[in-house]
Every structure is written in C-alpha cells, then in structure tokens.
Design a protein around this ligand. Structure first.
Ligand code: PMT
Length: 412
C-alpha cells in the first residue's frame, strides 16, 4: 500500500445508505495511513449512523446542514478548500444524479461543486438501481468529467438480493484513496476524452471462450483470450456508451466503467445475452462460443480404466447459436454484429454467416495458430449487405473503434 505523507487531508462525505456503517472503517483506515480526516454527512446519512460516531473518530465537528456552524458562515467553501481529496462513501444513486446535474441543495453537494480537489465516489445501492440506465448514464457523466469511481462489488445485499451494488470492503476503498492522493489526476480533473458519440446508447458485447464440461476437471473450449471483446467494451465505454460485457473465463481486468457478467458455458452466455440485449442499441458477438458441448458431463472426475467407455467416446450435442437467437428477435433500429473466425474462404464464409444468422455486420477474421487468437493485432474484413470493407492489420483497440463506428452508422 502507498504510504502518503501524514499531511494529506481527506474530506469523507457520507450519504444515506445502509453501507454508511462501513464509512467508519474507511475513516479509521485513512487515519491509520496518516491522513487527517473530516466528515460531512447528508441528513439521510445521519439516519443510518449518528454524527457523534464520526465526531468521536475524527475529533472534529461533523458537518451536516449548510447553516450548522455559526462560526463559519461559508462552511462549504472552507471544507472544499481544506481537502486534498473529497471521498464520498457510500454514494447513493440520488447523490450521483445530483453530482451529474451539478445540483447543490445541501452541504455535501454544495461542497462537492465547490471543491477544487479530486472527487472520488464509491456508489452503493440495490443491484437493480445500480444496473438502471439512468444511474449508469449519470455515473458515466461523472467519469467523463474526471471523477474517480470505485466500482461497486458483486455479492449479498442488505435487501437480500445477490448482485452488483455492494460497497467494496473499506480496505479496498482506502487503498484507492491513497493511490489518488499519491498520484492525483490532472489539475483540471478533466480527462482527454474520446468523442462521446455513443453517449446514451446501450451496448452489449460477448467476449472470450465458453467452457463446456466433460467432467469435474476436463472441458471443451478454444484459444480465445477475450482481448477483442474487451477492446470493444473499453472502446464503447470510452465513447460514452453504457456497456454490458458478457465474458467467458479470461485473464483480463474489467475495463473501466463496464458492467461485466461472467459466464462459463454457451447456455449461460445465451441467458445473459437475452436479458442484456432487451434494451440494447448495439450487440456485438465477439465470443468464441463452443459449437458443441458434451451431452452427459460427469460431476466427478472420470477415471482412466474404470471410465474408458465414457472417455473414449464423448457424445456431443449442439449448443444454441447465441448470435442467431438474438438477431432473430431483433427490434427495429437495433444493430447486431457478429464475427466469423475462419481458416479458409474467410470472406465467403462470412457472407454466408451474415445471411444465415441475420446479422447486420460480420467481422471476418482469419484464425489459426498465433493468428487472431490471443494476439494484440488483427486483420479483418467488415461484411455487410452493402459490400465488403477490407481493413489492414491493426491493434484490436483500433479495430474495435472501426467496428463500433460502423455499427453506429448502421443504426441510424
Ligand atoms: O479473444 P481473442 O483472443 O482476442 O480472439 C478474437 C477472436 C478470434 C475470438 C474474435 O476475433 C472472433 O473471431 N470471434 C468469433 C469466434 C467464433 O466463434 O466465430 P464463429 O465463426 O465460430 O461464429 C460466428 C459468430 O457466431 C460469432 O459472432 C460467434 O460469437 C457467434 N456464435 C457462434 C456459435 C454459437 N453457438 N453462438 C454464437 O453466438
């Protein structure tokens, strides 16, 4: 963990959410790392944890109302200018929305608007609220402005649901805060942005391989690393889209601002895609889905000798075609993009897939040993009803940008 100088000053903002109790541990963790901490709370936050708790922890007055401190008539400005980092933990959907709109109707939001220091938010809420397009759009707007976001964790929630929206553990939040203090973002806190031409659009991407079990230890799969799908997800998020990435097992980090849905088998991927694609504007199927799966997977390890009959002849059954299933139920204006991974007659086979799978665009690429799979570059031809566009070999990030641009044009 990075050791900051003891002179770092962190203003911790607490909003009205059951996870407010974890903010006590965040305050303690920051203090243990040598930071000075002051606390500002919303009225609703005080219903979950009493300000007395934070007063005892920080030995400082805890600010709640805009007019609470008669000795400091412009409290929001003095707090805003005091801190090296303003960390709002937990940050409710309501406060994310207020920050996105620049609303300043209480001490916390007014301080955030006035604060020249980096702002970090750690959202926490019910999984459906977290997945709601309105919330995701607001969070994307904050990211675009350079606000640092600690993404919510997946897991058991206070309401009994299991999903994404949990506040990460206090240690992880403290570590992110210390990183930001040691290496603060640029002074104007605004990132150099990609054009936000996908803002307001929902994009679903599948990536990586699927894994189809033979028994408890063996499986059928392929060489997909997920790099192409993850490049598409990162590119779409950077251009302002709300992105759901349905990923088979890969060794890649989740791109920033992307909601990842981990799956293993083709049938799990189909179920996740059917749900995610309901409201999607663009769906890109970059995953290398296993076309077949063992018909009778064993839930234990099959033994050589004793289980030779089962191992010598593994009966396979066809997996559902995810791309074809989604394209068959396509809404007007929705754009469906598939890939074609071929070793021979690449473009010709891609044209057949365009027709048979009812896709709007097929990205045809040649695959093989050391080609496309696992590589950082790829050479592709984009095949649509209007014709073919042969692209040069390029980094997958650049190819992702071209694919997203063509998909957006097809949706007009
Ligand atoms: O992951 P990387 O290492 O970066 O490699 C990238 C890649 C080579 C995997 C990628 O560029 C690619 O070509 N992905 C598609 C691989 C594939 O399964 O191609 P296919 O020709 O077998 O399938 C055609 C299309 O149907 C694909 O969009 C595929 O996602 C989809 N499909 C296939 C079978 C199936 N049961 N369901 C599907 O949805």
């Amino acid at each position: 963990m990075t050791e900051p100088s003891p002179s770092y000053r962190v203003l911790v903002g607490i909003t009205g959410c059951i996870a407010a109790y974890k903010a006590c541990e965040v305050v303690r963790g920051l203090q243990r790392a040598g930071c000075q901490v002051k606390v500002v709370m919303t009225e609703h936050a005080t219903r979950f944890v009493d300000p007395v708790t934070f007063r005892a922890l920080t030995h400082e007055k805890v600010a709640v109302g805009l007019f609470d401190d008669p000795s400091d008539p412009i409290h929001h400005i003095s707090l805003a200018e005091w801190c090296d980092l303003f960390l709002i933990v937990p940050c409710t959907a309501n406060v994310v929305a207020k920050l996105a709109c620049g609303l300043a109707d209480d001490l916390l939001s007014t301080t955030a608007l006035a604060c020249p220091a980096p702002l970090m938010v750690a959202p926490a809420m019910n999984m459906n609220m977290y997945a709601a397009p309105a919330f995701q759009d607001n969070l994307a707007a904050l990211r675009r402005r350079g606000v640092l976001v600690v993404d919510a964790d997946e897991g058991y929630q206070a309401c009994g649901d299991v999903g994404r929206g949990r506040l990460p553990e206090p240690d992880a939040i403290v570590a992110r805060a210390l990183e930001a203090l040691a290496d603060p973002p640029a002074a104007d806190a605004t990132r150099v942005l990609a054009p936000q031409d996908l803002a307001g659009l929902s994009v679903v991407i599948t990536a990586g391989p699927t894994v189809e079990p033979i028994d408890a230890v063996r499986f059928v799969s392929n060489h997909s690393s997920g790099k192409m799908g993850y490049a598409l997800a990162a590119g779409a998020a950077a251009r302002g889209a709300r992105v759901t990435l349905i990923s088979g097992p890969v060794a890649l980090d989740a791109p920033e601002g992307v909601q990842v849905v981990p799956v293993r088998t083709a049938r799990e991927m189909l179920e996740a895609a059917e749900e995610a694609c309901l409201g999607a504007n663009i769906a890109v199927f970059a995953a290398a889905v296993a076309d077949y799966r063992p018909a009778h997977p064993a839930d234990r390890k099959l033994k050589k000798g004793a289980d030779d009959a089962a191992l010598d002849h593994i009966e396979l059954v066809r997996n559902p075609d995810i791309l074809a299933t989604i394209a068959a139920a396509k809404r007007p204006g929705q754009v469906v993009v598939g890939f074609a991974a071929e070793t021979d007659d690449v473009v010709e086979n891609a044209r057949k897939k365009l027709a048979s799978k009812h896709a709007d665009l097929i990205v045809a690429n040649c695959v093989g040993d050391g080609v496309a799979f696992g590589q950082d570059d790829d050479q592709a031809t984009l095949v649509t009803a209007a014709g073919d566009e042969e692209l040069p070999l390029m980094p997958k990030a650049e190819l992702a940008d071209v694919i997203l641009t063509r998909a957006k044009e097809l949706g007009r």
